[in-house]
Every structure is written in C-alpha cells, then in structure tokens.
Design a binder for this molecule. Structure first.
Ligand SMILES: [Ca+2]
Length: 439
C-alpha cells in the first residue's frame, strides 16, 4: 500500500512537472532572485518593509522582455512623426493647459527660468497631458528587466531607485504606474532621474510625479534648469543655406558663433542675415547645424537649449517636436522649408547592410547595429566626399542604392590597382570617376 501511494505520488509529481514544470521552475527561480535582490537592496539602505510591500506576489512580465527585444524594422519619416506630435488637436489642448495652469506655470517659470511653453510641450508629448503615461506596474517592469534579458544592469539600478522613492514616502508601490521601460508619470521620469531631480511643488511633502501636476511640471523645469537651460533663450531657428555650403559643417559636432555661421553661408529662413534677429547670441553662445533629413530638407541652427531638451530623450526628432510645439504656443511660425516627401526610409536590415558595405570598403562605422548614429553618419560623409556627392551624412534609399553599386565595383577597381601599382591619389580619383558614372 505504502509503495503504491509513493508510486502514484511520484507519477503525479512527474505529470505535474511535465504539465507545469517550466512555470513552476521559472517562478522558483524568480523567487530566488527576489530573495537575493531583497538582501542586496537592504544593504543599499532600503527598508525591508518597503521591499516586501513592493515585491508581494510579484511575477515577471514576459511582455516587458518582448517589448525590450522588439526592434522595429521600419522607421516613421520625421515629418510624419512631427505631424502626430504637433497635431492641431495637441496644440489646442496645449493652449488650454497654458490657460488652465497659468498661475502655477508663472510660479514655476519664475523659480526655474524655463519658458512655460516648453514645459507644457514636454507634458503633451510625454503623456498627452496625463491621458497616456503607460499602465504597467513599474516595480514589476523593472524587476523583470533586472531579472532577465539584455538590460539587467539598467533594470537593477532603476529598481533600486524606484524602491528608494517608495521608501522615502513619495509614492506607494501601487501608485507607481508607467511605461514598460520604467518611465513614470505625467512627464515620464525614469527612477534615477526622479530621485535626482523631482521636487515637491504642491507642498504636501511628497514628490508625486504621477498624480500631481505641480510636482511633475516643476520637476521637469528643475531637470531642464539643472541640465543647463539658458533662461529666456530659444532652442534655435530654422535657417537657409547657400548653394555652395560646406556640408561637413552640419555634423552636430561643430559648434560655432553666429558670425562664423553667417560667414559660412547661413541666413535666416527669410534670406536676411542672421545677426539681425539673433540678438540673444553673445560671444560664448554657440550653435550647431542640424539637417535631420539631409541637404534637401529643412535646416536648423540649434543652441544649448536644444541639447538640454535632448537630455530628456536623445533624439533630434523628439527635440524638434518639443521645440516646435512650444514655439507654436508662442505664436511663432512652424517649419517653413519642404520636407523631402519622396524620400524612402531605410529598413533596419538595409541600415545594417549600409553599415556593412561602408565598413567593408574602409569607411568604418564603428560597429554594425542597424542604427544610424554619429559614427555611421561620419563614415557615410567621408564616402560621399570621396565619390564627389554632397557630404551630408544622411542615409536614405537613394544613397543606399548608390552605395550598393560601389560594393560591386570596388573589388574590380582594387584588382586593377593591384596590377598597376597606383598611388592613393589615383585610387581616389578612379573611385570617384567610376562612382560618378554609376550614380
Ligand atoms: Ca507634492
């Protein structure tokens, strides 16, 4: 009898394991991880009761890992992104918010020196004025990222910061709702930014960026101000470039005074000289030239405040959206020049291929990750210069097709060169000739 029960029990256990084994195993592993993290967090000064309250019943969220692994094949053209970020409806709500929170915004502006329009723009773009700031349990999202996947260090650091925020009494674990990646509240602060820059502006002793509009907007102003926002200044201006412009200056690494830009052939969008209206420019006030869609699209001279907006989200598209939504609240004009609407964006695999071709041909992109960053742009620019194209470093379908032709002709040139022992100068001139013929 004893044997039979034991046998049946074993069979039942085996059956259960086959049926539920993976999840039972995974949960146990996660429980172990939670136990270890709890111990670690206590050594970091977080109270056991806070951790226990935050970790109670917590399970990993596979959706978070899926989102983290999902790298989109297609990119939205910049003009499409701006169209939705600065829609008529968004602008109308923004103006309503300026009106509704007039008094609060005056106080924040006086204390932090950041124009209210840009704060309201960030609030709109980050959470659509609180109507969309994510519905994920932040602790669960961050615990999942810390437990598995490719960003465990980030997850761990942010989770600790989130627990400290709860420990401090700013918000409760259940109030911590936000995006799958850990950004919280009306203006989407990640926990480490929250810890460092959040302020209590409504005076209740708590820094609540999820439910308190005064706290969220003042914290955003504080963050911008501490990141070097220049009071009373704009983010920059749309400009026009002369036909024989030296495109290598438009690399966002070259920061020059306004006089230098004027000398280089930059004018106001109207064609008037820069200095006439750029009266907030002093000697130390430098600008960089941004051509987000290459030499055929709009051009912008951007200043320090543009860089500060990018501290929030390091994308030119985002910073342009905040800048223009803010400007339009002030009644300033929108973007005047035409976007290159016929441009076809590269897919992720094409971007990877472009980097591979450039690197294989001696134009090092410093890694192949499918993202067109400053290194890839610099490599592309050098290639464009070598073959006599406008060196704007902008990668679209047309450039990609030209580059693919190069990948075909380059080995033939190299073979011939080897045979004839040619000089570097000759090599470049040959390459230029062949490519010109192909393009
Ligand atoms: Ca508060």
């Amino acid at each position: 009898m004893k044997y039979t029960i034991g046998h049946s029990l074993k069979a039942l256990l085996l059956f259960s394991f086959l049926l539920f084994g993976y999840s039972v195993f995974a949960d146990t592993e996660f429980d172990n991880w939670k136990r270890d993290f709890r111990e670690f967090a206590i050594t970091q000064g977080i109270s056991a009761s806070t951790i226990d309250a935050a970790f109670r019943g917590l399970l990993p969220d596979q959706k978070v890992i899926e989102n983290d692994n999902h790298q989109s094949e297609f990119v939205k053209p910049l003009w499409k992104y701006l169209e939705s970020a600065i829609s008529e409806k968004r602008l109308a709500t923004a103006k309503k918010m300026l009106d509704e929170h007039h008094e609060l915004l005056s106080k924040i502006e006086a204390q932090y020196g950041v124009q209210r329009e840009y704060l309201v723009a960030i609030w709109g773009i980050e959470s659509n004025y609180g109507s969309n700031y994510g519905n994920k349990n932040i602790i669960r999202s961050l615990a999942t990222l810390a437990y598995q996947g490719r960003r465990q260090e980030f997850g761990k650091k942010q989770l600790l910061a989130a627990l400290r925020i709860i420990d401090r009494g700013d918000v409760s674990p259940s109030q911590m709702i936000g995006s799958w990646a850990g950004a919280m509240g009306l203006t989407q602060f990640i926990p480490t930014t929250y810890e460092e820059y959040a302020v209590d502006f409504d005076g209740d002793g708590k820094r609540n960026l999820i439910q308190s509009i005064p706290d969220a907007l003042a914290s955003t102003a504080n963050y911008l101000s501490k990141s070097g926002w220049k009071e009373g200044e704009s983010w920059g201006h749309e400009v026009k470039l002369s036909n024989n412009f030296n495109w290598s200056l438009a690399d966002m690494q070259t920061w020059l005074g306004i006089g230098c830009w004027q000398h280089a052939g930059v004018t106001q969008i109207s064609g008037d000289p820069l200095l006439h209206t750029f009266d907030d420019i002093s000697g130390d006030n430098l600008s960089a030239l941004l051509l987000p869609t290459g030499h055929t699209g709009p051009a912008f001279l951007v200043k320090k405040n543009f860089k500060v907006i990018k501290r929030y989200n390091n994308a030119n598209s985002y910073a342009l959206a905040v800048s223009y939504l803010g400007d339009q609240m002030m009644g300033r004009q929108g973007i005047m020049a035409q976007w290159p609407l016929d441009d076809v964006m590269l897919t992720r695999s094409e971007r990877t291929e472009l980097q591979q071709i450039l690197t294989d041909n001696g134009f090092d992109t410093q890694g192949i990750d499918g993202r067109i960053g400053p290194n890839t742009q610099a490599a592309l620019r050098t290639w464009q210069k070598t073959v006599g194209l406008v060196a704007d470093g902008y990668a679209n379908k047309k450039i990609f097709e030209s580059l693919k032709k190069l990948a075909i002709v380059k080995p033939a040139i190299a073979k011939e060169e080897k045979h004839n022992q040619v000089t570097q100068e000759q090599k470049e001139s040959d390459l230029q000739k062949v490519t010109q013929k192909l393009l």
